[in-house]
Design a protein around this ligand. Sequence first.
Ligand code: G6P
Length: 606
Amino acid sequence: MCGIVGYVGGQQAAPLLLEGLTRLEHRGYDSAGVAVLGPTGVKVAKRAGRVRQLSEELPKRFAGKLGIGHTRWATHGPANDVNAHPHVDASGEVAVVHNGIIDNAAALRHRLADQGVDLASDTDTEVLAHLVARSGADTLEGKVRDALSAIEGTYGVAVMHADFPDRIVVARNGSPLIIGVGDKEMHVASDLAALVRYTTTIAYLDDGEMATLTAGGFTTYRQDLTSTNKTATTLDIDPSSYDAGDHDSFMHKEMVEQPAAAERVLRGRLDERFGTAHLGGLNMDARETRAIRRVKILGCGSAYYVGQMGAALLEELARIPADAEAASEFRYRNPIIVSDTLYVAVSQSGETIDTLLAVQEIRRKGGRVIGLVNVVGSAIARECDGGIYLHAGPEVAVASTKALTNMFLGFALLALQLGRVRDLSIADGKRLIAGLQQLPGQLAEMLEREDELAAIATSLAEAESLFFVGRVRGFPVAREGAQKFKEISYRHAEAYQTSELKHGPLALISEAVPTVAIVPGDELTDRNVAALHEIAARRGPLVVVTHADVDLGDVEAVRIDVPRNERELDPILLTVPLQLLAYHAALRLGHDIDKPRNLAKSVTVE
Ligand code: G6P
């Protein structure tokens, strides 16, 4: 939820830190700050607002070839200048940036106050700066170790100290940190996005690990300061995939990338001869696969809604009872873990704390969990017994698009493989494979109709309140559509089962409340069209996402005809126009598409 950067080397640190923070802004953007260590000691500049404002107001004299920076999403204390990171100790010699939450911060604040320390901010992080300064150890590594041993909670942390001007000490427990190796310079960041412009030679820190960075290199060690001897590896990644390029936002770029991303997740995983999928990463043989009696899918936000689409795919294709639940609810209700249930954790970032803790709870109780995860090597990916990497490439916009599409396709592959060791016929397997192969092209076809969707979005953007309705397969599509619309347009968008309209929402339907209805051409079309009549009779404006051959009778509606695929795969094609509607409504309303208010890309704190 927050972002960390750090630099030590031969160049001025501040411009590099600010550039890195800009690339991490999707993680948190209510305040930002940097600290550098120059000839006159530690200098800090921080403020509420965006990184751009911080850059514009940076003091003229802000020299230093070592520094740390942070972009914040408030948890402890409001977003203001004082609560922004870095935090310093009373003497101003120690500066700290921190991601995560210190659970015993209140007790530590009291203890420090009793010892006469003046706490400047409301944050949990500030205690770390004081604890480092008050340690009696004679190395920075020892001081940071002492401070960390007093705290309970999660952290990715970077510390600099005026008495140790050649180094930054970092530590990880639950919040990612990545070291980037340059030429006589070292970087650190909480996300690859901030590093790739400078280096692709990197080392990931593990939980419980610390590292010291100097211009000449890095060393890694455990908290008892014994070495872990980690070495860096060079990644084969294209740094330009972290740029928005010609697009006005990352969301737009990521929507447009969907056909290519879809091809990547399918590549090498379809077996046309036997009408099945090959998912080597599941780490399950046919016998274990057959023994599965239920599937339970867990995710948050869009990952939860696509989990519902995935549950439908598993039930339809593999005939295994399946359901999805918000990981954030699941983990708080002392869930009953059953050995013949396959648990599936879905996450773009692989960092979402509720999903991660749900996975840990299941594994603690002996359950088997697989992950549908985009970020390779992320915490959730590492915690799972096996999984399917989504290969969507970096996703920066808060509103998930290409990762969500690939999650759906991941579920289709899983359902195909589970189905084919059960009752799905080879003919049906082949039918679905043909459908999957057609999908990237159909996604592209849908995206080419952006102008048509922009015009429809313009009318929807006027409404204060909207309904998104769908039935069975279409309901998770409606939920995801409403989620996208509300998170970036800030309009009230509520999803409902079409079948439940009469049980409440109809009371709200009027000329002022449009409904976006998901009406695929399937066995439920007639029921859905009947509901459209009920809405139209109350003068509710209608946008209907449907197929060209569906006859809506005399219902007055704006139609969006999506390409037809196999009916089980239709949900993802019905979802893409809803992304474009949300995007164009938000654009029309002048919102910051990639950084919606109050939201963050990865929710890594409870
Ligand atoms: C946040 C984001 C959502 C995302 C959800 C789950 O709420 O704003 O867009 O769907 O987290 O994220 P994950 O990385 O686990 O897929």
